[in-house]
Design a protein around this ligand. Sequence first.
Ligand code: NAD
Length: 326
Amino acid sequence: MRVAVFNTKAYDRLYLGAGQEHELCFIEAHLNAQTAPLAAGHDAVCCFVNDTLDEPVLSQLAECGITLIAMRCAGFNNVDLLAAKRLGLSVCRVPEYSPYSVAEHAVALILDLNRHIHRAFNRVREQDYSLDGLLGFDLHGKTVGVVGSGKIGRGFARIMNGFGCRVIVSDPVVNDEMAAMATYVSAERLWAESDIISLHCPLLPATRHLINAATIAQMKPGVMLINTSRGALIDTLDVIGGLKSGQIGYLGLDVYEEEGDLFFDNLSGTIIQDDVFARLTTFPNVLVTGHQAFFTHEALAEIARVTGENLNAFARGERSGPSFVV
Ligand code: NAD
């Protein structure tokens, strides 16, 4: 198959390109209404979380002769699945690659925020060895609330158990492995009892702005909030309000509601137009990373392997299975 790989970075070429049976054409541009014609002459497109796959783009792809949308990520909330189905396009993804990568990044945010590692790093480079402002707390004995007991939530809970934390979890679906290491509680109890809250549930209509002024008000004053899941789980303006009042003591984000126009590209020479994001980056107790939680060697190798398997399966005529969403 001929595959147009949109939104290509150097690491995509390195991992996706290795040992692939198909003809991959690497295109740097994001997929959107302007760039969709570049797919002409290919059988499939390979896309990422920040490509646009709405109805107008999917229609253009179908007209170009594309039959498969191969997402090289787990999430597919940027794909209009109904339109894809109507247009006869198949959609596959990588349902699981490395839950450890994201779980471990959530822990990295906690450790850095708590012990102010990023501030200490800068101080030491300036020969400033003072400790004022670097005071942390023991994780041992603290209550950690995990929202979502899926693959990543469970990996995260395992690590926090190792620190000697009390782990509580909210999820409408109880998982036996999680139940063995954590206590399932209602969302209300989780907000009220947690010293640290980490979000590991998907973005759904029901979870959009799960963290808002009303839920923030139920949390412990000074709570640490971590989001490595999807930006829109959080109402960013309400969280800024919580940071300004001190109700939120620490915020660690790997995802942001409007990250599509920001993350994955070097914007150091441009003026950031998003004032809400710009405000977030001014708080000393906020740490933002640009959707890098998945970014480990193991995860990229697995994404490339499963994407190759998905392309092979489609070429053999398979149209269903764990990777196919349409
Ligand atoms: P998963 O499907 O294994 O688990 C999700 C869990 O969330 C399920 O147990 C589900 O029942 C639960 N859930 C659904 N609605 C809920 C609610 N209202 N409250 C509490 N729990 C709820 O998914 P996963 O592999 O663990 O991934 C979790 C999320 O991590 C993904 O949805 C994705 O958004 C995000 N993610 C981020 C990155 C990154 O690089 N930052 C990478 C991969 C995945």
